[in-house]
Design a protein around this ligand. Sequence first.
Ligand SMILES: [Zn+2]
Length: 221
Amino acid sequence: MNIVILGPQGSGKGTQAEKLAKKFEAEHIDMGKFLREVALLETPLGKEIHEIVNIKKELVSDRILREVIHLKLLGLPREQGIVFDGVPRSIDQLGYFEEAIKESGRKIDKVISINLSKEESIKRISKRRVCEKCKKVFILGKDIQSAGEKCHAYRQAGNECGGKIIQRIDDSEEGVKKRLGIFKEETMPIVEYYKKEGKLAEINGDQEIEKVFEDILEKIW
Ligand SMILES: [Zn+2]
């Protein structure tokens, strides 16, 4: 089974993608993560992606995305199920994506759209903090109790990171609103496309992680 998972910031899409991949012994393709991995390679494509993603801090072009998807799909047996997370991100990418899927002899079976209100998304993301030093993510009120706490990653190993915990500008209310705007504009047409194809499963993301997962399983079964 090949699944695409879509959802705004804070919807828990990555967590659900991971759980699905585990359940179905599928490959979880986290496109952002995969791009960062390819960017580490000393190949022309790797260098090009490094330049765009790490230096210019821009989104990769459709051509690069297409090459990367092909690369990934080539390395997987045809019968291997896949959970796609973070791709396609726009209507332009959708065309390349569907083409690459088809060329590899696969098809998308289900598309899961995790819905979350703008208010809830802002509420969740605004609690997100990150260690300046090791980049570990903490949730205020859950992992840390006050903004002044120092990073306690690696405590188990006997030494502590001790880095300063900060809020990224992207995670501020304004930052989240901006990203939600981009999501709505670019990803909603994809949701509409798959709805017409009869492949869309809409899920209420404003629930506990386990309940969201149960709902997903119920809809894709
Ligand atoms: Zn740290």
